[in-house]
Design a protein around this ligand. Sequence first.
Ligand code: PHB
Length: 382
Amino acid sequence: MTFIRKTLAAAAACTATLACAAPIKVGLMLPATGTYSALGQAIENGFKLYVAEQGGKIGGREIEYVKVDDESDPSKATDNVNKLIKRDHVDVIVGTVHSGVAMAMAKAAKDSGTLLIVPNAGAEAITGPMCAPNIFRSSFSNWQPGYAMGEVAAKKGYRKVVTITWKYAAGDESVAGFKEAFEKNGGQVVKELTLPFPGVEFQALLTDIAATKPDAVYSFFAGGGAVKFVKDYAAAGLNKTVPLLGAFITDGTLEAQGAAAAGVLTTLHYADGLNTPRDKAFRLAYAKTYKLQPDVYAVQGYDAAQILAIGAKATAGDLSKTAAFAAAVEKARIDSPRGPFTLSKSHNPVQDIYLRQVVGAENQAIGIASKALADPSRGCRQ
Ligand code: PHB
């Protein structure tokens, strides 16, 4: 079938039922305030860019947005997600950034059967014990970038590493992934430093690192907290003596971090300078629309919309057909700006993890740390 005939067929199938005549209600549950607010905005931008590229319609239906600011606060997460499910009766929830909030969202989605697409939060439970036919992730599991960096650090010959992160699921799991690969390859994590999310009192911990004199430091922070961490690390002079490794610590933050971030090595599923036609087209469209450069969060939002579109097309816009939606997404090759990826049976991306180095205001790709890395999805039975 030609593209036009296919589109017409989908539209005809959809208008045949009443539900399909109405717009798809998308519940965007993202942080609009706090240390992760810029991440939430980038995700929303990316999502809306893909929808705009489809002429504003997904599966033949218009899109209507309902928004909730989750404040990256797990204690409010169940109430917040239930506003979308029970009050607004959304067709699909897209969210969120923070792993603790996302776990509450996954529970509510699983209990109610509401379609959920997670455009960032890496909590392993979501594609582990809580995996479900109606839950998908367009981003990563916390294990993935951590594991990839553990291998890189061992290959670089580092033997003793100190880790530092916020004490919650994302930090714990990122460090555990790093440690698993690093220690399997002969390294040793000699100290695991933490502080409560979203704290930025790094001084005493940096003093501890200086006294411990490890070969390198592995860290997970993001957003506003990452800006301050990388600046404080440099201000303490540690960037001259102890190489800083991480995941997310330089994403969407480089302008604010300036010279403090120079040379930092990170592993992630997106990078600057990929230089593929797909990524170049995406970056140009994003820059034109938002007068901003995209980052990994924007890509994850864009790909959340792609996942929705693939499932919606297969169900002619009827998102309540969970099995057909899932079957289509499970066999899709998603044409992401990061490079094509597929979803595992647990619905987590199987994807290349790039090794990146900060040069100027860019996380430049300097290689592939781990090819087609799949999360182990421990505990997922589907
Ligand atoms: C998370 O809480 O899972 C999380 C938050 C910010 C990131 C990555 C992961 O950049």
